[in-house]
Design a protein. Sequence first.
Length: 351
Amino acid sequence: MPELSRRDFLVAALAMGATVAVSPRLEAAIRQVTASGSTDLYFLTPARARTCTAICARIVPSESGSPGATEAHAVTFIDRFLAAFELPSVVADGPAIYIRGRFSDRNEHAGDDFLSGARAHFLPLTGHQEMSWRSELYGTTALDHPPAGTFVSKKWRAQVGNLLPAPVSIRKAYAAGLDAFDAYSKQTFGTPFASAQSLEQDVLLAAAGNVILSQFPLPSPPGAPDAAKSLFPLITVHTFQATYGLPEYRWQHNDAGVWESVAWDGDTQPEGNSIYDSRMFGPGKGPNAGFGDPHVYVPRGGYRERRPVSTLGGGGTVLSKKNVAPLVKALRAQSNRSARAKAKRSASAKR
């Protein structure tokens, strides 16, 4: 089956809401990122980090000349977000939720408000913000047993607490979901998720999150575990945030080339000019001088930046059964091979 290019994947994803890629990954880069000890982990275990990195690499794949989640170290973003309230002070000066700073050292700007070496700077949280984020990460038990102090009163808990939808702990969703993907891969293909072939990984991800393929009757693989299905939308959003968001959220001083791969020049530095004005006139000078200062949200000069916007052309592509038929054929072939191998092992055991 011919593999889809990144553009083909994006066309299909926009057409049907899918996020499963079938493009080749950069194996060497992934091995480097997923190796034990290659990065400090604060929530994920090494085994879960390998599974997480492999999933991210399929959601935003690496291609020749086009970096993806692997090069962006998406696993670092995810791990440190999950440990936002537990990071040591040498890594973050507060809860790793909203990063602080007016400008970075990107776009040839001297100075960085976001990172000081390996230490990131974050805004302090209000009481309500901390209550909200703790409940998201830890579940509602965090409201009853915070590390220090009490977020809600017993009266509030008695009168209101049970009326609100209980947030599911994102940390628990990741722990259970990553373990489920690993077990699912071992059950289906006899190997951990991170060691499975790219197509095999796509099969498992499709079973967990692709509503189109679920319409086709496949004898195998068995249905994805509920924990894997629950993790899929979370890790998809976080992978795109990690890859294409501010690199400081993943403790990097540059965007790893991913912005260029989607034809974006980078964020405007709020130093008083657009990035183009900075290059032409110097920091703090030019027709838009003052733009980015406190409470100055609109450029003062007549110049407005125009950034390229990716379009599919026409009305996009409507994905039909015909479009996904080659993938379905490959899935069925893989299922048949797995069934034959299982039958052969069973026959050998009876001898």
